[in-house]
Design a protein around this ligand. Structure first.
Ligand SMILES: Nc1ncnc2c1ncn2[C@@H]1O[C@H](COP(=O)(O)OP(=O)(O)OP(=O)(O)O)[C@@H](O)[C@H]1O
Ligand SMILES: [Mg+2]
Length: 235
């Protein structure tokens, strides 16, 4: 497992200070206000909060899919606001794995092709791809579904493909937005097991969840309330 961010003396993997996000809609919507957050290498952080509290907005900023309106976001000690678009894209592909709120698995592509797309983005040599896809499918228990089309998968299988795609590039940080939101208890348990294996291997995990089991599994849980981050698990 590449875990370059966990080397001793390294800065926190993620550091946000006074981060604010206002969507330029009419009227403007301020989704995050003065968010301070520090996450260390190998930490398992859960973020909880009611619908509309800014969870996805925060994860999208952390995942370099969106930018904050004001404040500062450092990823592995680097100020992300001064990076070129190319550098951001490179950092996102190399270091971050993102599991979306809806799985974003392409229905007309096979499981292997869905995962292979990520390897194309990270410029993994073609000859290495099949082996990496086989390895990651074994990790999520889907080796037998390698050639199935995305649209024919069950919800639980689709979510595991989404996780496989996020982790195939061996990211230092896995960001997951409600990964068990649409899953039954068995599939949720399977996802938690995958996350646990990753955490034991040193991957930093930030997960948005309504799932109490995931919130309790995390080292730390933070609540977003109206765009502000507050300490503690929900009561
Ligand atoms: N692209 C956008 N443009 C304008 N407003 C947005 C946009 N995305 C989110 N919002 C608004 O920002 C606020 C926070 O939204 P966000 O999606 O971050 O909430 P959330 O906590 O993830 O909610 P949920 O639990 O329902 O997924 C909401 O008021 C939402 O309507
Ligand atoms: Mg959301």
């Amino acid at each position: 497992m590449s875990n370059v961010l966990a080397a001793p003396g390294q800065p926190p993997v993620l550091h946000l200070s006074e981060v604010t996000k206002t969507y330029p809609t009419r009227p403007p919507v301020t989704a995050l206000t003065g968010v301070d957050l520090t996450v260390h290498a190998g930490e398992r952080l859960a973020i909880v909060g009611r619908s509309g509290s800014g969870k996805s907005t925060l994860l999208n900023i952390v995942g370099l899919l969106d930018e904050c309106t004001s404040g500062r976001y450092e990823l592995a000690g680097q100020d992300t606001s001064t990076m070129s678009a190319t550098a951001r894209t490179h950092l996102r592909a190399q270091r971050l794995g993102f599991v979306f709120q809806d799985s974003h698995v392409l229905g007309h592509r096979t499981v292997a092709e869905n995962i292979g797309l990520k390897l194309a983005i990270t410029r993994t040599p073609r000859r290495a791809r099949a082996g990496q896809i086989a390895e990651v499918l074994a990790r999520v228990g889907l080796s037998h579904r390698r050639d199935a089309l995305g649209r024919l998968l069950s919800g639980g299988e689709r979510q595991r493909v989404a996780i496989a795609r996020a982790i195939v590039s061996d990211p230092d940080i896995l960001l997951a937005d409600e990964p068990t939101g649409n899953l039954d208890a068995d599939n949720s348990a399977a996802v938690l097991e995958i996350f646990d294996a990753l955490a034991r291997g040193g991957t930093t995990i930030v997960v948005i969840t309504h799932d109490l089991r995931i919130a309790q599994w995390a080292d730390r849980a933070l609540t977003l309330d109206g765009g502000r981050l507050v300490e503690g698990r929900p009561s």
